[in-house]
Write a protein that binds this ligand. Structure first.
Ligand code: AMP
Length: 398
């Protein structure tokens, strides 16, 4: 059943508490990536245009229930104000009588931003009193923080028990449309590319997507556990021997369902890798088996060519996880080639959060994809088919 959005309700004149994801990276008080602020603006602008009294809240970092000056949301208020060309009143706390007095001054179409909700440990503990105090500030609730929707916190979950209506903003609506509907009823062929470090982290996603995809491509260190399952050698590559049986079951399930399951044909192997320094010795491409002494760090040119060919014929592509240790320049070719291939394809392209979004931005192709998720853990849990508490708590459509 789908949830109600801000378009389904009348919020004009109402005090609306909006849970945003303003968890931006900061360096010496300066925001180094403002994409989360940009992503929140359509909802905020809509509420301003609807003459709502907009009360924004968010977490930033992990202050663990302490007031940590470096994790104040004050720089976000400033950045948001300059982007929207509207005043944003920053309130130096998020609950209590003084905050209530400040919020009472917010007029129709005006915006306030509360201080970091995680300055209270009751936020992450979903404390009943804390949630009730937050709810005191408003009449209605909008959740637009997809990145924390997989957590039942006071500002994503508890607060909904006290406010009505509780609806989603445009960002959550879009995330659910792309990660949900567009992958549940995809335009076919539907190709999924999964990478990253661990099979154990992604097996539930693989399992869920085996029900939907036509082709699943595996890269990254994850592929080495699958290589072990196929009886190949992987040298010193990162793998999870405890998950070989799991990998075998996934391969069998793919076969039974007629899903094409593609593993890398070749890999870049290196010796003496020092991740911190970004250095290594004896780089060499291996087709099939990787020899003892070498560690697989990226997919090779033959894999890239094959992956390109498969993506070129897809109508929907979903990508999550890098193809190699993309943080090191010499090991990022496979990941960036996948980014380029996806950007060049005419398919609906969905980039599922975290490192893949980072990689597509680093490679300069982020303008050419259909949708980039703002959630890391949340997008994975949603793709696994799990219910997200922050979404589940919202009002359902009749
Ligand atoms: P994940 O969070 O599971 O998507 O994994 C992302 C991490 O996987 C990145 O930090 C990559 O450096 C790492 N990774 C990808 N391929 C490899 C590889 N072949 N060996 C070691 N780490 C890898």
């Amino acid at each position: 059943m789908s949830i109600q959005t801000i378009k389904d309700v009348d919020l004009s004149g109402k005090r609306v508490l909006v849970r945003c994801d303003f968890n931006v990276p900061l360096k010496n008080g300066v925001i180094t990536d403002d994409s989360r602020i940009d992503a929140a603006i359509p909802t905020i602008q809509y509420l301003v245009d609807q003459s709502a009294r907009v009360i924004l809240c968010s977490h930033l970092g992990r202050p663990k229930g302490q007031q940590v000056a470096e994790m104040s949301l004050a720089p976000v208020a400033e950045a948001l104000s300059s982007k929207m060309k509207l005043p944003v009143t920053f309130i130096e706390d998020c609950i209590g009588p003084e905050v209530e007095q400040e919020v009472a001054k917010i007029g129709e179409g005006e915006i306030a931003l509360l201080e970091n909700v995680r300055f209270y440990s009751a936020e992450e503990a979903n404390g009943v009193e804390f949630a009730a105090s937050l709810a005191e500030l408003a009449d209605a609730y909008v959740n637009d923080a997809f990145g924390t929707a997989h957590r039942a916190h006071a500002s994503t979950h508890g607060v909904t028990k006290h406010l009505s209506p509780c609806v989603s903003g445009f960002l959550i609506e879009k995330e659910l449309a792309y990660l949900g509907e567009k992958t549940a009823n995809p335009e076919r062929p539907f190709t999924v590319i999964l990478g990253g470090a661990k099979v154990s982290d992604k097996i539930q996603v693989i399992d869920a997507l085996l029900e939907k995809a036509d082709t699943i491509i595996i890269g990254g260190a994850m592929a080495y556990t699958f290589a072990l399952a196929e009886g190949r050698t992987i040298g010193e590559s990162l793998s999870e021997p405890d998950y070989i049986e799991t990998a075998k079951s996934a391969l069998e399930k793919a076969k039974a369902k007629g899903v094409r399951f593609i593993l890398p044909l070749d890999n870049l192997g290196v010796k003496d890798l020092d991740f911190g320094a970004g250095t290594f010795n004896d780089p060499k491409y291996f087709e099939g088996n990787i020899e003892d002494g070498w560690e697989g760090v990226d997919i090779g040119p033959k894999s890239i060519a094959l992956f390109k060919e498969v993506v070129a014929s897809a109508k929907t592509v979903l990508w999550n996880g890098p193809m190699g240790i993309f943080e090191i320049d010499a090991c990022n070719k496979g990941t960036f080639a996948v980014a380029e291939t996806i950007a060049e394809s005419d398919a609906i392209s969905i980039i599922g959060g975290g490192d893949s979004v980072k990689a597509i931005k680093m490679s300069g192709f982020s303008d050419s994809v259909t949708f980039m998720s703002t959630g890391g853990g949340a997008s994975l849990e949603f793709l696994e088919g799990k219910v997200l508490p922050g979404v589940d708590a919202l009002d359902k459509k009749a």
